[in-house]
Each structure stands twice: as structure tokens, then as C-alpha cells.
Design a protein around this ligand. Structure first.
Ligand SMILES: *Cc1c(COP(=O)(O)O)cnc(C)c1O
Length: 369
């Protein structure tokens, strides 16, 4: 059972759709698929424009840094992925300042406002919606609203790789929202997407930069349902399949509701057996537990209970475990995962097994408490 926060399992109907014969990317057949996928993406994003790139999520992060910073970037680092925005700036000699917090701590609205007040050069902010390194949720919408109220010309770029498809994101004040194929969108890795505001599109067009990741070129092409370079046809076919499926089986809101409930039930179940939830503001994409027994618990889950969950990275490599909630996870899978954690804790002599995790998970999911 794959319950890591990316990659997530690819549903069978998506795998089947992607197994059909290869079609050429410069054909009316593919342009039609591309156009339909674009429409579905615009709907899920609620934004003015969208581009699809043949790269993993980090490629879209790079494209946003290079295409949307004119003077100086502000990067928010509460984990590995926030840190990456800074590394990208460094690689391209783009000036940047960083707000750094511990990996369980979201940035505050005040910290961001103070930073832009103190440095008038900053014209783009880069932040994760969910920082997957510790599973925390940054208050991105509030930050964007306050920043725009202060200075409309500052571009807000949100990395929504573990947020788009997880929860409804208010993109009103966001200029670019990044996502990738292998997390909440349940596809194999290799496709990245960026939702864009009209303001972002104008900024990109006024200062076109780069070659492969030149977003001005991509926007121009993709408006006509084709891509600048060879499109990731198979993944786009898969994307159309999964997005139509979500739309036709209750809609995006139903998916967000189910995910939120699963996340809540998992958190409550784990708390009830004495687990410490790591982030101060947990995102619904995953549940992260802080414990020195993380490696031992993960090992038992994998070898004895057939559940593959993720550990941490860098300084918290061995002190957290992360259980995924993104995608079409069945209730019985999520329930089994918390149950397995309880069994593993029993085996490690941490707490005697009495079925609490399962009971709390099921009561929260089906009894509304
Ligand atoms: C997975 C992830 C990425 C980037 O991933 P790739 O490995 O390049 O696809 C970026 N940001 C967040 C928040 C992620 O979870």
C-alpha cells in the first residue's frame, strides 16, 4: 500500500488511458485533448491562464523564478521545498532574501509584510501552500491579500504541488500557482503545470526570459492548444482522464471534502494513541508525526503491515513519518494505516494495543465526531 506524499498511486483507469497507441503531438486529435485538459485545469485553478511543462515540479519552480522576478525575490523557507526557491535564485544569480523558520513553523503574515516594507527591491514572493518537508500549511491567501493591499505590483508565486487537488485554493490574489503530476493529481511524475493571473502573463510577456522554460513562448503556443516543444502527450492524456473523472464523480469540491475528512480522521486517530503532530499548522495533504521511533515504526509498517509511508529529510530525517492523504485514497486504506501505526507502537513497547486508532478514525469518518 503506497501511502507516501508523492508519488501517489495512479488509478487503473488512468493507466489504461495512457496505455493506448502513441499519437503525434502536432495533430488535431492531440490539440483537442490538450484544449480539453487546459479547460479542466483553468477550472481547478480558477485563474486566467495555464501552462503545462514537460518537467517535474521543480522545473515549474525554476520557470517561475526566472520569468517572474525582475529585481529581487523574497523566498519563504520552512522546509526543503521553500529552500529550493532560494537555491534556484542562487543558480541564476537572482538577488533574493529568505525568511527562514523551523520546519514545523509556518511563516506569519507579519514577517512577510515586514520584509517587503524593509526592502523596496522585492518584486516577487515565492512560497509553498503546503510545505511537504514537514507537512505544514502556510497562510498563503492571507499573505497574498495583505501584500497586494500594500503593493499591487509584487508578484505572488505559490507552490501548490501538494495543495492543488487537495483543497480549494482561493487564487484571487495569487499570480502563479505551480503544481506537478505525481502528488494530488495521481499521475506518474514528469508533468508540471502553472496557473497564471493576467498580471503575471503581462509581466512574463514584457520581459521574456530563458529558452526551454521561456513562459512567454509557452503561453503563446498553449493558447492555441499546442506546446513550444514536444508535449508530454501520455501524461496530458492521463491528466485529462483524471480531471474529467473527478469532475464527473461528484466534482472537485467533493474530492476536497473527502480529503479533508480523511486528514482530520487520521490526525485525530494518531493523536488519540499519543502521537505528536509535527507542524503547528497541519496541511490536509499529509499527516506528519514527530517521534524518535519514526524509523522503527516505518520499518514495521513496511515489512509487517504492507504500508509504505515516508520519513523526513535532512535534520528531521529520522524524527518524523508522513502519511499521505492526497488522491483517491480509500477509507479502508487510511484506516488500516493508523491501525498499523498502533500495532507497531505496541510491538515497540510504546503503548499497548487496544484498537483506539481505528475506532477514532472510523468514528470521525462515519459518526462525525
Ligand atoms: C514534490 C514537491 C515539489 C517538487 O518536486 P519534483 O520532485 O521536482 O516534482 C515541489 N514542492 C513541493 C511542495 C513538493 O511537495
Amino acid at each position: 500500500m503506497l501511502l507516501t506524499p508523492g508519488p501517489t498511486p495512479v488509478p487503473e483507469f488512468v493507466r489504461k488511458a495512457m496505455a493506448d497507441v502513441t499519437i503525434h503531438h502536432r495533430t488535431p486529435e492531440f490539440e483537442s485533448i490538450f484544449g480539453q485538459t487546459r479547460e479542466l485545469l483553468l477550472e481547478i485553478y480558477g485563474m486566467d491562464e495555464v501552462v503545462m511543462l514537460a518537467s517535474s515540479g521543480s522545473g515549474a519552480m525554476e520557470a517561475c523564478v526566472t520569468n517572474l522576478t525582475t529585481k529581487k525575490a523574497l523566498t519563504i523557507n520552512s522546509g526543503k521545498f521553500g529552500e529550493r526557491f532560494g537555491k534556484i535564485c542562487k543558480a541564476f544569480d537572482i538577488p533574493y532574501t529568505e525568511i527562514k523558520n523551523e520546519w514545523n513553523t509556518p511563516v506569519s503574515v507579519e514577517e512577510v509584510i515586514e520584509a517587503i516594507k524593509n526592502d523596496k527591491e522585492i518584486d516577487a514572493i515565492f512560497i509553498q501552500i503546503c510545505e511537504s518537508a514537514g507537512g505544514l500549511r502556510h497562510p498563503v491567501e492571507e499573505i497574498a491579500k495583505e501584500v497586494k493591499a500594500l503593493n499591487k505590483s509584487i508578484t505572488i508565486v505559490a507552490d501548490g504541488i501538494t495543495a492543488i487537488g487537495v483543497e480549494k485554493i482561493d487564487t484571487t490574489n495569487l499570480d502563479a500557482v505551480i503544481t506537478g503530476s505525481q502528488k494530488a493529481l495521481m499521475l506518474p511524475p514528469g508533468l508540471a503545470m502553472i496557473g497564471l493571473s493576467n498580471v503575471a502573463v503581462s509581466k512574463i510577456e514584457s520581459q521574456a526570459k530563458g529558452f526551454y522554460f521561456n513562459l512567454a513562448t509557452e503561453i503563446k503556443k498553449q493558447k492555441t492548444n499546442t506546446t513550444a516543444w514536444t508535449a508530454a502527450t501520455t501524461l496530458i492524456i492521463g491528466l485529462k482522464e483524471i480531471l474529467s473523472h473527478i469532475k464527473n464523480s461528484g466534482g472537485f469540491d467533493a474530492l476536497y471534502e473527502k480529503t479533508a475528512l480523511r486528514a482530520k480522521a487520521s490526525r485525530e486517530a494518531l493523536k488519540a494513541i499519543g502521537c505528536e503532530i509535527y507542524p503547528k499548522s497541519p496541511a490536509d495533504a499529509m499527516t506528519t508525526v514527530y517521534t524518535e521511533n519514526a524509523p522503527a515504526i516505518r520499518k514495521l509498517l513496511k515489512t509487517k503491515y504492507n504500508v509504505n509511508i515516508a520519513g523526513g529529510q535532512d535534520h528531521i530525517k529520522n524524527s518524523i513519518f508522513r502519511i499521505n492523504h492526497m488522491g483517491l485514497v480509500e477509507d479502508f486504506e487510511a484506516s488500516w494505516a493508523v491501525n498499523a501505526v498502533e500495532l507497531a507502537m505496541d510491538e515497540l513497547g510504546l503503548r499497548e494495543f487496544d484498537g483506539t486508532a481505528n475506532r477514532v478514525f472510523l468514528a470521525t469518518t462515519f459518526k462525525g465526531n
